[in-house]
Ligand binder design. Structure first.
Ligand SMILES: Nc1nc2c(ncn2[C@@H]2O[C@H](COP(=O)(O)OP(=O)(O)OP(=O)(O)O)[C@@H](O)[C@H]2O)c(=O)[nH]1
Ligand SMILES: [Mg+2]
Length: 318
């Protein structure tokens, strides 16, 4: 049974993804129109689909792959009616996302240890906000959580994190602005170990004097973390702003290449973001999207669920 049957057969309930993505939904309206006015499945139709997918921010490389896969399916299954394509598109999206794997969205948590989650990404994508939201969720689960102000570069970054500390009632470890970030993390982890914190969330700068400085700073932080706690960091999460689309993905590439990223947090899916970026990230980065940001408030962070996501996109389609 394909995803289409599974989802639209029994209509699960999750309205979180409905909040945003109106841009993508407009796009799907066009998809519906294109399929409705087509009488045969031909190159012209595939070209129209290609345009729509590119508009949905799926990204050119992923779109080419997507269309090629669809064509194969159409041939193999001898499909001739364009209306049958919608269901195939849903199933294909799901396949592209899963790639035959079980995608792990849980954050790795080593029981009985201090787990370190490091957040990286270009400036303004939502690292600090995500840390604040996640701190609240982890605390609600009963975990002992610390946030570390590893962004000592940008004026205001430390106060911003402290504000999230107040909102989520979480301890924030910080030193003065301008301090070497690795030394902040080192001191924080010494306390975390001694006082048996379950999770330490490390904020980092999105920008330093140069990109090279930033990358070497991040690898230094990682080394410091690994020296203090051999199994840490348990997660290095690359934060990407969904509204910046393919351009944002290109900017994020350098982080992926120079730090061992274990997962993605995709923020601002509530805004003008187009949902196709989810497929592009997965197809090009081969990394799981672990969380998505759906707003600026403390509860606007949800664990990513591809089934619910696709359902949210197509809910009004069928
Ligand atoms: N709409 C919306 N806004 C968000 C989301 N996540 C973060 N933001 C906003 O994005 C802006 C930047 O967020 P920050 O958390 O400061 O980003 P950052 O990555 O820490 O930025 P730097 O510290 O400058 O590197 C803030 O105005 C946040 O409120 C989201 O999921 N949805
Ligand atoms: Mg920040």
């Amino acid at each position: 049974m394909g995803l289409f049957q599974k989802l639209f057969g029994k209509k699960p309930k999750n309205d979180r993804y409905q909040l945003g993505l109106h841009k993508t939904k407009e796009n799907l309206g066009n998809l519906k129109a294109v399929l409705a006015r087509s009488t045969t499945i031909d190159d012209e139709l595939f070209d129209a689909l290609e345009d729509l997918f590119i508009q949905a921010d799926i990204g050119i490389d992923t779109v080419i792959y997507f269309i090629a896969e669809l064509k194969k399916d159409v041939m193999n299954k001898h499909v001739t009616d364009p209306k049958d394509l919608a269901e195939m598109i849903v199933d294909k999206m799901f396949e592209i996302y899963l790639k035959g794997e079980l995608v792990q969205t849980d954050l790795r948590f080593d029981e009985g240890q201090t787990n370190v989650y490091l957040f990286v990404g270009v400036n303004g994508v939502g690292k600090t906000t995500t840390i604040g939201k996640l701190a609240k969720q982890l605390k609600d689960e009963g975990k002992k959580v610390m946030m570390v102000a590893g962004d000592t570069f940008r004026a205001g970054a430390i106060d911003q994190l402290k504000e999230w500390g107040r909102r989520s009632n979480t301890f924030v470890f910080a030193k003065d602005a301008g301090t070497d970030p690795s030394s902040v993390i080192y001191d924080a982890l010494e306390i975390a170990k001694k006082e048996k914190y379950d999770v330490v969330l490390c904020d980092t700068a999105g920008r330093l004097q140069t990109k090279i400085n930033l990358m070497s700073e991040l690898s230094k932080m990682k080394r410091v973390i690994g020296k203090t706690l051999p199994d840490a960091p348990q997660e290095t999460l690359l934060v990407i702003d969904a509204t910046t689309g393919q351009n944002g993905m290109r900017q994020a590439e350098v982080f992926k290449e120079s730090t061992d990223v274990t997962g993605i947090v995709l923020t601002k899916l509530d805004g003008t973001a187009k949902g196709g970026i989810v497929l592009a990230i997965r197809h090009l980065y081969h990394l799981p999207i672990k969380y998505v940001g759906l707003g600026e408030k403390i509860d606007d962070l949800v664990m990513f669920d591809i089934e619910q996501y696709i359902y949210g996109l197509f809910r009004d389609f069928f």
